[in-house]
Design a binder for this molecule. Sequence first.
Ligand SMILES: [Mg+2]
Length: 312
Amino acid sequence: MHTTDHKRGTLLGLAVGDALGAAVEFRPPGTFPPVMGYRAGGPHRLEPGQWTDDTSMALALADSIATVGWDLDDQMRRYVRWWRAGAYSVNGTCFDIGITTRGALHRFEQHPDAMTSGDRADRASGNGSIMRLAPVPIRYAECFRGDLARLATLAGESSLPTHASATCVSACRYLAVVLSGLIHGVDRDEVLASDWEPLRRLRAAEPLHPDVDVVAGGSFRERQPPAIRGAGYVVQSLEAALWAFHDARDFREAVLRAVKLGDDADTTGAVCGQLAGACWGESGIPADWLAGLARKDLLESALQGLLQGSDV
Ligand SMILES: [Mg+2]
């Protein structure tokens, strides 16, 4: 089935983009040879095809949704298991954890309430919740046709346990609607248009944060690097991923453009990989990149859980 290919592509694309970017994370753009495929190294000294926290947290979120349905506390307990015990990790240990995420997991251990564990301050608006979003538009894809407001609400809620700022929540709402449109095969230019009808409905339900709405309005079409930055700030991260994706010829070109921005390259790659995977499907991801992904078993089991029925 057409949408199954696109759903699988959304999560696998996340992992592929993460793995491609991991080797050049924290490197300023232009200071490293162009990334053409998986390579060893980077700050975490990974093997080719190994992925980082972006994919680990997406796997934890997927496992939670597939196992218990929608339960933010359960999502957090699984993130804690990743942090403390290396669950969902490519190599059995937690690495590459963001400062905002670590703070939230620590608060959750003290007071286990996912509604209050996330930092609400605007300065804490990192890209840690858009990077792991894929399981939400995959599992709740049917909401795109039926109940768009519910999809947006769940996407926003998925941010709260770790990234509770209005900017992060808004970015997740927007990205989930875009991803679900792409999963359903809506044309890329249509989905990314600033007056796309579902986007107008999303704004009517609750206005986007002004900085996110600048991106949704098409800033990624007008700007070029160095104004486009693969940074950790959620707005720049989202903008960079859309810049790499919006006029790329195929999955390969989109994700390599994202990773080439350096800096938070694994996460720019992961966000762009979700977009490109939702658009072109698993069948659009180069076969050697799929075959070279580490711990494919973890990704397959997450997909199996997400795809075995929809919880709408
Ligand atoms: Mg990472």
